[in-house]
Write a protein that binds this ligand. Sequence first.
Ligand SMILES: [Zn+2]
Length: 87
Amino acid sequence: MAKQTGHPNGTHPCDIPSCGETLPLNMTWCERHYAMMPDHVQGELWAAARGGIGTSHRYNRNLQACRTALDWFEDNLDANGNRKEST
Ligand SMILES: [Zn+2]
């Protein structure tokens, strides 16, 4: 099935392509993938979420935090969206 981007009923898939979990629009990753993130990555996302609402500063900080999370996923998830064993 083709990957869906956006959904008429206000949901979207988890940002990890192999995951397929359906999420509300205000969540980027499913609980399973949030739980995999190390504290410093989660901390950055929370810090960005707590910033001033609707400001470009917050937007930029959010982008930065998402990029940090995506980089971490890229380095630490295997092709099936599972956490790689640390070596
Ligand atoms: Zn997921």
